[in-house]
Design a protein around this ligand. Sequence first.
Ligand code: APR
Length: 251
Amino acid sequence: MPGALALREARALVRDARRVVALTGAGISAESGVPTFRDAGGLWRTYRPEELATPEALARDPHTVWEWYDHRRGFLATCEPNPAHRALARFFLRRGTAGLITQNVDGLHSRAAHEEAGGGAPDAALPVELHGMIARDRCNVCGQRAPGEPLGDHLPRCARCGGLRRPDVVLFGEQLDAASLASAQSMAARADLCLVIGTSAEVYPAAAIPWTTLHSGGHVIEVNTQPTSLTRAASTAVHGKAGEVLPALLE
Ligand code: APR
């Protein structure tokens, strides 16, 4: 269970905050069974990102890249939102203001929001998905998006231009969607509190989000099982599992 003093301090910051943003990473989905990337058992401890998660890898060996994403997509479809996703969804549903920013592509925040809203969640409760969404495809040529389908015998092709379809996720070295990034940065600049949950805070530009709030005079609360490069700058760091901390912090 998290440290009582840190949790008490963090609860006071949440209570007093007027505009809250939350940046989440793979750690918030760990208790849903979704592997993280860099900590023990993480995907980049087993696989080499340059072989599977770069535009060069997709061009060089599209079948292998597709097989890896198709496997991840199939596994993620069996995962459920955990108490951390649900507590965060209820928090933003109660506040009615947009503020959820995620690096995750697993779709678990959106599922939690719709389930906690009892059906169609308002846009304010849905996340800005900075790194895309694995269940969706995007044409590598014209950019048209389409719902993802299980990989068949042939690589998927765009219905509009015939180009190669690829998972609608940001690969290493690719630009993030400019509108999503601008929205996240604007939310962070106007926030007086940024919750940073389950991220190693190493991958930019997402990792700059909490610093934007800090530089605007706001506070940062970090929720993580390990210290990160952000911990020293955080107003409060709550050491613990997101699935245990967030219900205690937000409700
Ligand atoms: N509760 C809270 N934090 C946790 C938990 C948990 N149950 N389990 C793990 N963590 C923490 C780890 O200590 C680590 O700091 O979650 C963090 C996960 O860090 P990463 O594996 O680096 O994942 P993330 O920060 O989301 O990576 C950012 O890098 O590979 C790219 O595009 C990918 O979006 C990803 C980005």
